[in-house]
Design a protein around this ligand. Structure first.
Ligand SMILES: [Zn+2]
Length: 341
């Protein structure tokens, strides 16, 4: 057992109720016996020794012992223990052991983070790329564990290059194994996460409106029919959204195929609060149409649907990072929507 603890918890209400009707002498003797037992272990089964611990004459103590005895249980070695006190002792030992393990774990994690860290967006990109399939056992999985390819206790880092999404079973079974089951997919996921371009610098003279040369689509005209079709709060209507994208952004590359991993990404965007309606997507695409940068009017590059819905890109777009041609006051998507009202 590890070193002794100098203190224990006294459950005041229990103690008070337990000793109701006792004399002060009995309560005092009881407290002394408990304290002795906490420090030295089981009490001796010897009236003289006990009375000395309780600091009371032998005769008097023998009389008090009738009541005190009910609080102590004889052990196999003929000594006495207080069960509640021993439970408290066990709990303290268990808690100390647990804290020691927890402390070691967080110290290791701190070391791992010094070697490298990762962002939420990177982790989401990996999960999306995994597409509900554990790369180690190939089983279907809904929730992924963050597995460090080289375990942290072996000196592995917390960087995204050392992380793979595994099912809980594989994560707990793999032990010291450090096979990277996700190498190819990780490279793909991270490549797609990188925006292929940077937004242009604000041009001198600061054009305050997007109306000049943008072939933007007006809200409530071209797409209103589709908007009426569906307002869903659970099922992600991929086809409707793609149709809306084609109609609103004809200058952007057409969607030819829509594989499972893109369905997963679109579903994730759809599931986000306030994004689960066709009306939202209508506004989003119209907003995109106001960006010269995203619609190929600045460079020989045009965003496609896959690029638009990637988490980092989606957030940047919504924040107005690609709408530098717009008036500052309503550059973000939210501001722009407000300005339309
Ligand atoms: Zn697995």
């Amino acid at each position: 057992m590890s070193k002794k603890s100098p203190a224990f918890q006294l459950y005041a209400a229990d103690f008070f109720m337990d000793t109701i009707g006792w004399t002060n002498e009995e309560v005092g003797a009881y407290v002394r016996l408990l304290l002795y037992s906490w420090v030295n272990g089981p009490l001796p089964n010897d009236m003289k020794e006990l009375s000395s611990i309780a600091q009371c004459g032998v005769k008097k103590f023998a009389n008090n012992w009738k009541k005190l005895q009910t609080k102590f249980t004889p052990t196999g070695e003929g000594k006495y223990i207080n069960l509640r006190l021993e439970e408290t002792r066990d709990e303290q030992v268990a808690w100390r052991e647990k804290s020691k393990i927890g402390g070691k774990r967080s110290a290791r994690m701190r070391e791992a983070r010094k070697k490298g860290t990762h962002t939420d967006a990177e982790w989401i990109a990996l999960v999306e790329m995994a597409n509900y399939k554990c790369p180690r056992c190939k089983r279907k999985v809904v929730h992924f564990d963050k597995d460090r390819v080289m375990p942290v206790y072996q000196g592995g880092s917390d960087s995204i290059q050392n992380i793979q999404p595994l099912c809980a079973k594989c994560n707990s079974q793999k032990g010291p194994e450090n096979t990277d089951h996700f190498k190819k997919q990780r490279t793909m996921a991270l490549r797609e996460l990188q925006p292929p371009l940077q937004p242009p610098l604000q041009p001198k003279g600061n054009p305050s409106s997007s109306s000049s040369s943008s072939p933007s689509v007006e809200l409530d005209t071209n797409v209103s029919n589709i908007a009426k079709v569906s307002k869903s709060n659970s099922h992600c209507p991929h086809e409707k959204i793609i149709e809306l994208y084609h109609k609103t952004l004809p200058m952007c590359p057409q969607v030819r195929t829509w594989p499972d991993h893109l369905k997963t990404i679109l579903r994730s965007r759809w599931k986000t609060k306030n994004q689960d309606s066709i009306e939202f997507w209508e506004r989003f695409f119209v907003y995109v149409s106001h960006s010269k940068w995203l619609t190929g009017q600045v460079k020989d590059w045009c965003a496609n649907l896959e690029w638009l819905i990637r988490p980092t890109n989606f957030t940047k777009i919504s924040n107005g990072s690609y709408h530098l041609n717009m008036n500052k006051t309503y550059k973000s998507m939210e501001g722009w929507i407000d300005a339309q009202r």
